[in-house]
Write a new protein. Sequence first.
Length: 213
Amino acid sequence: MNLPRSLRSLIESFEKLPGIGPKTAQRLAFYLLHVPQEQLEEFAQSLQNLKKNTVLCSICYNVAEKDPCPICADQNRDKSVICVVEQPLDVLALEKTGHFKGLYHVLHGAISPLNNIGPDELYIKQLIQRLASNVSPITEVILAMNPNMEGEATAMYIKKELEKLSREAGSRSAGENGNLKITRLGQGLPTGADLEYADEITLARAIEGRKEF
Ligand SMILES: [Zn+2]
């Protein structure tokens, strides 16, 4: 390819993004050639600030500007319920429904042996630690993984870990952490689809119709 080096390097950067093939990468790069310089600089600035100005909340691992994030810092949220989701975008989708007033825990993915993603690549250990060392008691954990194979495998894994934790806590001091309710989002979510694409009404119904898992 006899393209100028800067164009070539931009195309290569685009190709590394999910869902972008070589053709799209070329199209995007050539499109940007026609965009005014100020706009390009704004774009570049956003890219440079992306990681510099964001942190992971040390409680729920959501992406935020501050640690703890506004949801964890909010005194009006119900701290006894934790909704476990795969991605930060799922938090956004659930918040839009206005039907959930508890806290979240973001795993940043799902267990997927095909893609070499095991439990250790996700923030599952942190969830267990959070429950084990909680100051105020947590009475319910909602497993809101995507309704697909990876989501199901992740939910099963977490359920087992939580039951182990409940048994240990139960043997230490009877009943104190031994009656943790584990629920899964209700039916109606389209199977195989991602939570973030579900519409608000379906999602709100899924929260209200959650069942013991
Ligand atoms: Zn948080």
